[in-house]
Unconditional design. Sequence first.
Length: 412
Amino acid sequence: MSVGIRHDDLRRRNRAMVIAAVRRAGQPSRTEIAATTGLSHSTISAISSDLIDEGILTESKANEPAASLKRGRPQIGLALNPEAAAVVTVVLSLNFLSVAVIDYAGQVVAEEQRRLDTLTMPREQLIGECVAIVRRRLEDPDLDVGSVARIAMGIQGITDSHARAMLWSPITPLTDIPFADILEKEFAIPAAMENDCNMMAVALQWRDPARYRDNFIAILLSHGIGMGLVLKGELFMGTHSSGGEFGHMIHRPGGALCRCGRRGCVEAYAGNYAIWRSAMGLSEDAEPTDVGDPEMRALAIKARQGDGPEREAYRRAGQALGFGLGSLFALIDPAPVAMVGVSAAAFDLIEPALREAIAQTAGGQHSKSISFDTEPNELPLIREGCAMRALNFVDQEIFAPGMQARTGKHVA
C-alpha cells in the first residue's frame, strides 16, 4: 500500500511540474519542459499524452527561438487548453467593485465594473452587490468557457490567514465578513479571499520573475498604504491574518489621525487622504476623507510647479515611507520595491525624502542600491494575482492528481 501511495504522490508531482512549466513558458516543446523540470522525455511524453486526452493541454507549434533553422522534425509545443476550466476574480476596493471571468490559459473573457459607496453601504447590501455581480457573469448566456473551478476575491485590508474572511478594511466600517464562505455556499464553487497587496506581489512574481523572485516588496500608494512581502520566494503570511500591515506601522506616536482610528501611522502621512489633508493645510486631527484619483493627479502637477504646501505634503509622505522601509530593511536585507497606485505616479515627488529617510536608519547602509519601480494602476495587478492564485489551485488541486471530474458550475 505504501508503494502505491508513493507512486501516486510522484505522479501528482510530475503532472503539476509539467502543467506549471507550460503555464510559465506559454507554448514550450517537450524538450524545453525536460530542460526546465529535469523529468525524462519518456515521463513527459506519457504525462502530456494523458493531459491532452483529458483536454487540459493542446498541441501547437513550439515557441522555440530559431525553430525554423533547426534540422529534423519541427518541435511540437504544448499549450494550456482555454476551455479546460475557468476562474472568476472579484476585486473590492474603496467605492469600486470589479469581476472578471478568466479562461484556463489566463485570458480575460468577460468583465464588469461597478461604483459603490462602500463607506456607507449596510452589510447585507455590500454582500448582496458582490454576490449579484458574480451571478451576472456566471449566468451570461453569451459566455462560453469551461466549468468555473475557483473564485478568488481580493480586498484592501486585513484578511484571515485561511483566505476565508475580511477581518477589517479601511473601505468600510464593517468587519468580519466571511466572503469566501458566502460565495462558496451561493455558487457551489471553491472560493478564497486574499489581501490586495499580497495579490500585487503574486502578479509581479509572474510578470517579471527575474526581478521579482526571491525577496521583494510591493507597496500600495493609494487611498491606503499596504504591503505585499515576498521572502525566499514565498509570500509572507501571518499566523492569524493576511500578513504585514506596513501602512499601520507607527511613524510618529500620537501623530496624525489615521483611517484605522489610531494616530501616527505611516498611512496617516502617506495615504492619499493624508497627502491631501497636509497640502490643503488641514489639521492632523481632521477626519480622513475620500480623495479621487483626478484630484490626486492634479495635486501632483501643482506640487511639481514649485515649493509650497503641495510639495511639502509629498515630502512628508516620502519621509514616513522611508523611515518605515528603513525599519523593515533593518530586519531583512534591502530588496527591490514596486510602488503601486495613483500616488506611485508622483513618486518623483516622494523619492528624494524617502531615500533620505532610509539612509538615516539602520537598514539604510545600502540605501543607494535600493531600486524602485512604479505602476500607477493597482487593479490589473490585483486581478492578475487573484487569477494566478486561482489557476494554480486548479492546476495543483484539480488537474495535477488526474481527476476527471470538474469542480464547479458550467457557464452556459
